[in-house]
Design a protein around this ligand. Sequence first.
Ligand code: GLY
Ligand code: MN
Ligand code: MN
Length: 486
Amino acid sequence: MKIYRYLLFIPLVLTFIIAAGQDNDLPGDLLSAEFHQERREKLREKLPENSVAVFFASPVRNRANDVDYVYHQDPDFYYFTGYREPHAVLLIFKEKQQSPTGEEYHEIIFVQPRDEFAEMWTGRRLGDQGVANVLKIQHAFNHTEFARYDIDFSKFDKVLFYDFLDDVRNTRHTDLYDLIAQFKEKVGYPSVTSPSLQVEPMPQNIDLSELHYLMSQLRGIKTDDEINLLRKAVNISAIGQIEVMKAMRPGMSEREIQGIHEFVFKKYGSEYEGYPSIVGAGHNGCILHYIDNYKPEISNKELILMDLGAEYRGYTADVTRTIPVSGKFSKEQKLIYDLVYEAQERAIQAARPGTSFAEIYQITRDVIDKGLVELGIIENITIPHKYYPHGCTHHIGLDVHDNGEYGLLEENMVITIEPGIYIPEGSPCDKKWWSIAVRIEDDLLITKKGHELLSAMAPRKSEDVEEMMKQPSPLDAFVLPDLDNK
Ligand code: GLY
Ligand code: MN
Ligand code: MN
């Protein structure tokens, strides 16, 4: 009988564990509440007079049946709140507002409520009080309050938000779907918006474009706190590349190589990869965003292109190395590799405040086109070709292709430089070049006078890559049972 007495206490103990353990297991180097608060202030400064900006949390994505994909917060929402849960909406007002009870506020958040049963299954929730105490957003409510919270959107000259994609699931609970529906009703968003079918006009004070512009101004220039996290994400990713260079052996699978990188990320406390890892051997390297990584055995004649970035406390690196499986570049592989290296090196040297993104690209384009002519791969530089089919530079941050302006480089931008040459089978050139694919991608912090190469730790020159590949790997001793010969 005694056991029943203890069972009665279980809900109590559970509540205590959930409440007490709210923060204890969280990493100590997450961005502070003050960071997010200051970012909200910065947006407020930029907002037009008599306006409000509205942000929604990312939707939960279903994987299959009752299993969802790992949740990842919307980067803008995270930037302004530090909130890492779904089903929430944030409003940032230019001017102070007054609540029906007379309180003043200039930002307000509605979040998913605490729920003992749900928290037992899917993890702790902050709830309205946790958001007020931990994230220090004082005007915090449970999202069940949003529908009846009285906000007259028609009084604002501008209501800024990103247009909806209608790709959010409606569950049996109050969720993001309901918050969006309630918001649409409050602002008078038309029920049919297809250009050919539109039956109601969009209210004149709705602005669906300015927010992109304001956010790129803010997020494109990193604060010191953000730079610290990016530095860590990039270092982790560079060390991952080094460990793979040491561990690479013919016969490994692409997936196994991906696993080594990701193990190194996680060993350093990275939450996820910043984007699906790209590990392409031989002709797979010619697929720019190849994420299948299913080749079972890589051959010592191949190059392997590895584009991998750890996400650390929300911030993602983006580092690519291309290495010879055998540990030594063939003659043709080295010629292409060194050409990409030269293009990248010249662009890196030009990276400083005032250089334009377009100039960086053009430097790499010119080096590559001229080199391809010298190698006899194209006849002359005026002939259009598909061997360098992508851009060369983008911001990194909370997104791998981060929000930011693409005019001139400025101090405290963090960018990649990533030229590449890809020669698929069947290309109109000598067969000896086929299936060679090289991308070299590094991450740079733009400083007052120039730049800092954040990913410098991972060898980049062909000779340095070969040297690193001669080093022993601790994974040589990691031998697992052969399942086919038990
Ligand atoms: N990893 C994606 C890119 O390099 O842009
Ligand atoms: Mn990139
Ligand atoms: Mn990349």
